[in-house]
Design a binder for this molecule. Sequence first.
Ligand code: UDP
Length: 496
Amino acid sequence: VSAGQALTDNQEASERKHFVLVPLMAQGHTIPMTDMARLLAEHGAQVSFITTPVNATRMAGFINHAQATGLTIQFVKLNFPAVEFGLPNGCENADMIQSRDLYKNFMEACAALREPLTAYLRQQHPSPSCIISDMSHWWTADIAREFGIPRLTFNGFCTFASLVRYIIARDNLLEHVEDENELINFPGFPTPLQLTKEKCPGSLSVYGLEQIRKNIYEEEMRSSGVVINSFQELETLYIESFEHITGKKVWTVGPMCLCNQDINAMAARGNKASMDEAQCLRWLDSMKPGSVTFVSFGSLACTAPRQLVELGLGLEASKKPFVWVIKAGDKFPQVEEWLAEGFEERVKDRGLIIRGWAPQVLILWHKAIGGFMTHCGWNSTIEGICAGIPMITWPHFAEQFVNERLVVDVLKTGVEIGVKAVTQWGQEQTEVTVTRDAVEKAVSKLMDGGEAAEEMRTRAKEFGVKARKALEEGGSSYNNINILIQEMGNQANASG
Ligand code: UDP
């Protein structure tokens, strides 16, 4: 590279918009922000991706891939004060927190990153144009004010669930609900929706979180808008309603997972996979197109071991091929606790069991997959939408029950397994709440080619096509990313 060339590059670099991304360190929040970093960089922005040493090690696959492909992403590792805040050394991710009561400590340790992050940003050229931070990191709003730049929030929800969450917070809807069977209505929500308290986002009461929740809500109200991992064509009505009710601009920039187009990028998402990708692909290649159900409940859900036994027996009874991701082995080393005796041997010709972390999008987007049994975390849901396949919904907690309603009632691309009770995060469930019969019925209904299932399949395919169009050149999300980069950091947009 000649000196002249280097100078041009430097000039270009100094003119680039500089986006600072501060994810919540939980896989369901961090993974979409790694996708966001990639998209912003591909559209010409400079990105600082804020992380911590343990998390940086965990996403080494992504970091290496981003560096190898020359993306303008700087990974900033700030030391995480776990011990200072009463957490075990190295406890730097939500999935490492041993007890729910320590979540407050975790959030406080996150807030202590304010000073080191500010110090880092003061030294940066180009100076930051915009902060996109997880909604939970309310303290990043102070930093944005110091630099006179906008702060946008992100929390990994779709717009449908974001609107529900907003109405609950605004009206304090859950506070006085005593009756666990009472159906709650959501004033201003544009389509019919009723949920019991337990199934609402934010129903989990965690010790000492009230003040933090208040800060989060207040700073959300002062933010310059919200970035959502969805696309205009999927949620038009809810995007309009959200903007109307909250007065906040919605930037739909998804499905962000679609930025992972090559196999290496897909395989590098999140943790290191516990099964060799090539082995996985070989197995899928040997199956008929559209014949396999992919079963996975995300990164945090703790399905009771007895429930897993029952689920397995249901899959066996369905006589259909499946890939099943099970994480119970981390907590329950005895496989007999979570798989029925002889199960693996009996299903060995048509069942692939992945113990631990799976290369999810690589599997989901394989032509052999024809259905997705999901816990309805939004990332998984939108990844399923991109795959163009119908779903079997098995929500566990958080906003997953709301996402279920979007999939089943609005998009009409899924069947419910029929979950009655919530399996709260960090609250081990021992009961079997979904029987093997229910599993067998749902799998058969979706995979047997009946008329209703075929209608769902057609609709799912159509959404898959629309999802891909949204991120292609000229698509709604593609354009939104460009406009976002153009608009952010122009002085007129700096807020409060
Ligand atoms: N994921 C994965 N492999 C796994 C489990 C999860 O790649 O074994 C990814 C999945 O593709 C998704 C994210 O982790 O991108 C999980 O996010 P989601 O919102 O679906 O659920 P959460 O883990 O937050 O409950």
